[in-house]
Write a protein that binds this ligand. Structure first.
Ligand SMILES: *Cc1c(COP(=O)(O)O)cnc(C)c1O
Length: 482
């Protein structure tokens, strides 16, 4: 009897699946005790504090880089290799990860991913799996309503904020400038995430088209300056077309004056884009909704479920006020969107996701958002986000009482920025090293106004008061060692 090795039988599938499930369960269980940076410890699953001195294992690297062999290998051996590779990492999934922008990674999303991949349905077009498209569309429709967008609104689940931003900028460019966009100019601030300028470049706009609007002392985009720059560009014969506001900057979590910027964009006929990749999901909370007031005027909004909904990396969202310009910007030339797809007639209630973004074939991203929202309920997410706001306020209050520390701005959301009061950039970078060398907290630094700034971004669903208090103790101790 012929056997096909690429098609494991039911018993083997159970066995492989169980081994993978065991690994994930042990991994998630171990996160509570994991050091914050597995790159610098020999036994990553124990509580051994990192020393920051050990170098990577060359034999492991060689095994991982090796070309695949002609013959099969044992799943268990390969799983162990994966485990060793995954351990050599900053512990982005653990409760002590307060660097960059954490998300944690929901277990139920990982299961959703397994199910979606197992079924392997095609969701680029609604007709090939209409009810799965409905699951994804339902999540998007709920998000549009959460941001009070009108009936014409819709969107797309992407692989992240950067891809969502790219589609937003392409839509804005196509809608406001048409085919010849050589005179177009867009407006952002020095605090805008670099994915916006990167998207502008990929969208064919020269670097000179990107205008960097100054910020006020509290790091928010200066509305009056933006207005003057737009007027000056018009005078010079340029075509201002896009205003990029940030609803929670990556560095300091600062929210631009969304209401005033939205009104400016409307008055000037500019596309109003709001980058909520970090801060957008705080809209689910009462305090966040108040802080994000004005976002409802956006022509497009970027969200990152792999940040504010705690999903594993690889899920972003683009919402648009009107799907028509998004569709127009992403259609192929003419009416021919691929004749080989002609047998698949559309379902008018559901969007064809491939018509709204650059991809045709794609993974079914809906389930990893749909399942946790339904299973845990929206209330669980609201409560977790509220907890992060409370923890950031607590951390800010606590650090502000330390005379050695300077806290230039109170947090708008869940990011707390601080630095040593006495000490230059080098002293602050050494301060960061001392904090992270504890192995019980991972913080990261940035530069604002040319000066080094340390930051705690509290956004993992696994980070609670006990972890933040431990981080605060470590920070106070590291400040005393200066
Ligand atoms: C993370 C982030 C992005 C980029 O999103 P990715 O999902 O990493 O591509 C854009 N803007 C802000 C404010 C972010 O925090």
């Amino acid at each position: 009897m012929t056997t096909y090795p690429l098609e494991p039988g039911p018993e083997q599938m159970q066995e492989l699946g169980q081994a993978a499930l065991d690994w994930v369960t042990r991994f998630v269980e171990g996160l509570a005790r994991a050091p914050s940076d597995g790159r610098s410890t020999a036994t990553p699953s124990t509580a051994t504090p990192s020393t920051g001195t050990q170098s990577p294992d060359p034999a492991l690297r060689e095994a991982l880089l090796a070309e695949p062999r002609e013959d099969p290998s044992e799943f268990g051996v390969l799983l162990a290799l994966f485990g060793a590779a995954a351990a050599q990492a900053i512990e982005t999934a653990g409760p002590a990860y307060l660097g960059y922008v954490p998300g944690g990674g929901l277990y139920v999303s990982a299961l959703a991913e397994f199910l979606a991949r197992g079924a392997n349905r095609f969701t680029g077009l609604a007709a090939t799996a209409p009810e799965l498209a409905a699951m994804e569309y339902g999540v998007l429709r709920w998000l549009c309503r959460t941001f009070s967008l009108p009936q014409t609104a819709g969107g797309l689940i992407t692989t992240g904020g950067s891809m969502a931003t790219l589609s937003a900028i392409v839509a804005a460019r196509h809608d406001r400038l048409g085919e010849d966009f050589s005179a177009g100019t867009l407006y952002l601030s020095a605090r805008t995430h670099h994915s916006a300028a990167k998207a502008a470049r990929i969208a064919g706009l020269p670097a000179a088209a990107v205008r960097v609007v100054p910020t006020t002392v509290d790091l928010r985009m200066d509305v009056a300056a933006a207005s003057q720059m737009i007027a000056a560009d018009r005078q010079a014969g340029r075509r201002p077309f896009l205003l990029v506001a940030t609803a929670g900057s990556t560095d300091t979590g600062t929210i631009d004056p969304l209401g005033d910027l939205g009104r400016l964009a409307a008055r000037e006929g500019l596309w109003f884009h709001v980058d909520g990749a970090y801060g957008g999901f705080f809209q689910l909370t009462r305090r966040g909704r108040a802080a994000l007031s004005g976002v409802e005027a956006a022509d497009s909004i970027v969200l990152d479920p792999h940040k504010g909904l705690f999903l594993p990396y690889g899920t972003g969202v683009l919402l648009v006020r009107d799907t028509a310009p998004l569709r127009a910007a992403h259609s192929g030339d003419g009416d021919d969107d691929g004749s080989y797809l002609q047998d698949l007639s559309g379902d008018h209630e559901l969007p064809d996701f491939s018509a709204l973004g650059p991809e045709l074939s794609r993974d079914f991203r809906g389930l990893r958002v749909w399942l946790p929202l339904r299973m845990h309920g929206v209330g669980a997410f609201r409560a977790a986000l509220d907890e992060k706001l409370d923890l950031a306020a607590h951390a800010h209050g606590d650090l502000a009482r330390d005379p050695r520390l300077e806290l230039p701005w109170p947090p708008d959301l869940s990011t707390v920025a601080f630095r040593l009061r006495r000490g230059d950039d080098d002293a602050n970078l050494r301060f960061l090293d001392r904090i992270n060398a504890s192995g019980h907290v991972f913080s990261s630094s940035t530069r604002v106004g040319g000066r080094v700034l340390l930051r705690l971004c509290i956004l993992s669903h696994r980070t609670h008061l006990v972890h933040v208090d431990q981080a605060l103790q470590i920070i106070h101790a590291a400040a005393r060692e200066q």
